[in-house]
Design a binder for this molecule. Structure first.
Ligand code: 5GP
Length: 120
């Protein structure tokens, strides 16, 4: 697992399209693309296009409230677009114990199969 840092991440290269990804939604603030290692029939990552210090949710400040809301609202739009009418799972991994591996805040949208609770 990566250690928390402010260094650029692979997501910067996805945002700049220097490395390819399958984009399913994009606007001026949010990019949503398919996870390269999907944990279900649908697995999409939603990220802020500008990280602005949000290496992880633990770094959230009041100025981030709008983008945090946008990420969740966009997750709902994408879930609908992907036909996840039976439900879905939203995950934000934070820090080493949360199994975060990329230090650019991202929301996982996973669906298309039955989920289990509690997670491991
Ligand atoms: P984390 O473990 O930090 O919550 O999630 C990072 C996610 O990014 C993982 O699910 C991993 O599969 C995904 N990922 C890492 N590198 C790439 C990449 O280059 N392209 C895409 N599409 N997903 C990636």
């Amino acid at each position: 697992a990566a250690t928390p840092s402010d260094s650029p991440t692979i997501f910067d290269m996805i945002i700049s399209k220097e490395i390819p990804s399958t984009v399913v939604y994009e606007d001026d603030k949010v990019l949503a693309f398919r996870d390269i290692t999907p944990q279900g029939p649908v697995h999409i990552l939603l990220i802020p296009k500008v990280r602005d210090g949000l290496t992880g949710l633990c770094k959230a400040e009041e100025r981030h409230i709008d983008i945090l809301g946008r990420l969740l609202y966009t997750a709902k739009l994408v879930a609908k677009q992907e036909g996840l009418d039976e439900g879905f799972r939203i995950v934000i991994n934070d820090g080493p114990q949360g199994c975060q591996s990329v230090y650019h805040l991202h929301v996982h949208l996973i669906g298309g199969r039955q989920m289990n609770w509690p997670p491991g």
